[in-house]
Design a protein around this ligand. Sequence first.
Ligand code: UDP
Length: 239
Amino acid sequence: MNREALLYEGKAKKIFSTEDPDQVRVEYKDDATAFNGEKKGHIAGKGELNNRISAFFFEYLGGKGVRHHFLRTLSPREQLVKHVTILPVEVVVRNRAAGSLASRLGLEEGREFSRPVVEFYLKDDKLGDPLINEDHIALLQLATEEQVTGMREAALQVNQHLSVLMAEKEIILVDFKLEFGVDSQGELLLADEISPDTCRFWDRQTYEKLDKDRFRRDLGHVEDAYREIWHRLGGEAHV
Ligand code: UDP
């Protein structure tokens, strides 16, 4: 399968077409950005770790019946996925207060919620990815009502499965962001990536942050934290 054209280059990934119009190749980069692109950095080894971690989570969730875009790993930093049209909505699920929710509502970081909170954000860098609700999604025709229901249900399922999995690894799943796409058959699929770039993971004993907040807040040892996640998931020790 040849690399054909670069279809898209984002902050952390490049997407290439393949000879099959229904499949694309994703290459995970070592670049990192935060605060809507204001903070930029390079984290050696991040691309490879996120490629592996994301593949692991997609396969795990697939085994639990979650429909997703992942097909297979191609190389240490590349994976093959179904070609989907990404819906311009980010779906965030939160189990504890952190990040923008903690600041917006004045909640103490780490406060545990009795039920998960699902939020939608408009994927639009120029507008700074604003928080939106289901009426805004309908107004802007970002997704159908059925797709919104499907995204909410899938996001809660992902939360349930990943919270249990991570708890077994002594990790708290604080919150995470998902993206969904629609394939050539019109099916809604979980897409993009699931990694320490898109999730908050805290060690259950020490509350140590094992995710991108280490980069956002200049806490250092970013790559070590990502590697720790990979190792706790059972990944090969040499990576
Ligand atoms: N998140 C993400 N991409 C974004 C915004 C948020 O992956 O563009 C993830 C973030 O890593 C965290 C969750 O979504 O796990 C909730 O993020 P929050 O809204 O608190 O955003 P922050 O302002 O901290 O990026």
